[in-house]
Design a protein around this ligand. Structure first.
Ligand SMILES: *Cc1c(COP(=O)(O)O)cnc(C)c1O
Length: 432
């Protein structure tokens, strides 16, 4: 399968090229040239298939031309060695819990898949010394570092701003050792991102070393996110609840919801989508006015959605031929302030006992505000509430249990390379 750039200037790429490059040379995002529909018999029997079986069938529709069946199957089965249960919360609203992976956030799915696929391509090329660079404000670094942990031939450098990520987040990428190096930069997240960009432009580094990035726009992180929409549907079908399903996605860069739009194009019967935002509501304003006006992000308690110019908007435009009518017909939107998010977490906990994280809280409430009679709503619970323990405990006035997996990270010994915000120093680390 070929991949084209949403900007349409760069040449088409093979899967391998698209995965290794990440962003197309014309700065567009790669898209698969065709979105294959799944056959009817797949949907007829989907309620009896496991998460891994469903995911492999969907993965085959994208990647089957480019990867041998047994290899692809192994990559999918290794990636999804955890469940993604659909849990009833209240009335006709269900939570798709995507936090049962190693770092307790949905990004585990894409990061684990990408690391295994890149490992496969590197092995095929006989390469040995590939360096993956990733700048993080918290969640991405942990998913990528854990996804690549122990993958042969790859060394990961996680750059993060000193003192600006939570202790829990920091423990998830500084305690791993092996092929993971955490670099603690005396600066901001933007400084970390700038250092990574400079590395990709540096001639000497690119001549000597094989650099690649694991950012969220990579097709190998983006497309696997469609797997769990099918699996959620299967679980609802088993309970006889699969008519008129609405998916609601707490959105930042809009990669997660775009993977859902792709699942629908593959034939998954989804009635429509709701995008839930915090105060960074650029997409909601687009739905209201037809105009897309990016603006600097503001900080909120649902910080993984603090995005002022969602990168996957380009993919949404591409999927619908830039038609505002089509996009606003498929997706509706809601946004919530920090005060509202706290109230949603508290109210839901008091009424139902279910503990939402700040991102899932936006998704849950958008279903309460947006579902029509007779519809069944599923919101994507994108992270475990314990990842935001202070915020959640303050909101619900109760203790949050920290899962074993998270406790284990926190017991590990922190190891990091401290660095000034200085490219020469960063380059030295990469060359050493
Ligand atoms: C990354 C993230 C989001 C936003 O996902 P996008 O694909 O960028 O829209 C939402 N919630 C959590 C917990 C995240 O880590």
């Amino acid at each position: 399968m070929k991949y084209y750039s949403t900007n349409k200037h760069a040449a088409e790429a093979s899967l391998q090229e698209a995965v290794v490059m990440g962003l197309a040379p014309d700065k567009g995002l790669y898209m698969p040239e065709k979105i294959n529909e799944m056959p009817q018999d797949f949907f007829d029997g989907i309620q009896d298939l496991s998460f891994q079986e469903i995911a492999y069938r969907v993965a085959d529709a994208f990647f089957g031309e480019d990867i041998e069946a047994d290899t692809l199957k192994k990559i999918v089965y290794d990636t999804l060695n955890f469940d993604a249960p659909v849990v009833h919360v209240e009335d006709n609203i269900y939570s798709l819990e995507l936090f049962h992976g190693p770092t307790l956030a949905f990004k585990d799915v894409g990061a684990r898949f990408m690391s295994r696929l890149l490992g496969y391509f590197i092995d095929k090329q006989g390469q040995k010394d590939v360096k993956v660079l990733v700048a993080t404000s918290g969640d991405t670094g942990s998913a990528v570092a854990n996804g690549f942990l122990g993958v042969e031939g790859i060394h990961v450098y996680v750059l993060y701003p000193k003192g600006k990520v939570s202790a829990i987040q920091e423990s998830q990428f500084t305690t791993l050792g092996q092929n993971i190096t955490a670099i603690e930069v005396d600066g901001t997240f933007d400084d970390c991102q700038a250092l990574v960009k400079m590395a990709f432009r540096d001639e000497e580094l690119n001549k000597k070393r094989n650099l690649t990035s694991a950012n969220s726009i990579n097709v190998a992180r983006f497309l696997p996110q469609s797997f769990y929409y099918f699996y959620a549907y299967a679980q609802l079908k088993k309970q006889g609840k699969a008519n008129d399903v609405v998916f609601c996605v707490p959105s930042g860069n809009f990669g997660n919801i775009t993977a859902g739009l792709i699942a629908k194009k593959m034939g998954l019967p989804i009635k429509h989508f709701i995008a839930a935002n915090n105060r960074n509501d650029i997409f909601l304003q687009y739905l209201k006015t037809g105009e897309y006006n990016p603006r600097p992000s503001v900080q909120t308690i649902a910080n993984a959605m603090d995005v002022g110019d969602p990168s996957n908007f380009a993919r949404i435009l591409d999927l619908y031929g830039s038609s505002y009518e089509k996009i606003s017909g498929e997706i509706t939107g809601f946004s919530y302030t920090d005060d509202q998010i706290e109230q949603i977490m508290r109210g839901t906990y008091n009424r139902t006992g279910y503990i939402l994280d700040p991102h899932g809280a936006c998704g849950f409430q958008a279903l309460r505000d947006g579902l029509d009679r007779g519809e069944v709503g599923v919101f994507l619970e994108t992270a475990h509430p314990a990842k935001f323990v202070e915020t959640v405990e303050a909101a619900i006035c109760s203790k949050v249990d920290i899962p074993e997996k998270l406790q284990a990270f926190m017991k590990g010994k922190k190891k990091s390379v401290e660095m000034k915000n200085d490219f020469a120093e960063f380059k030295q680390v990469l060359l050493s």
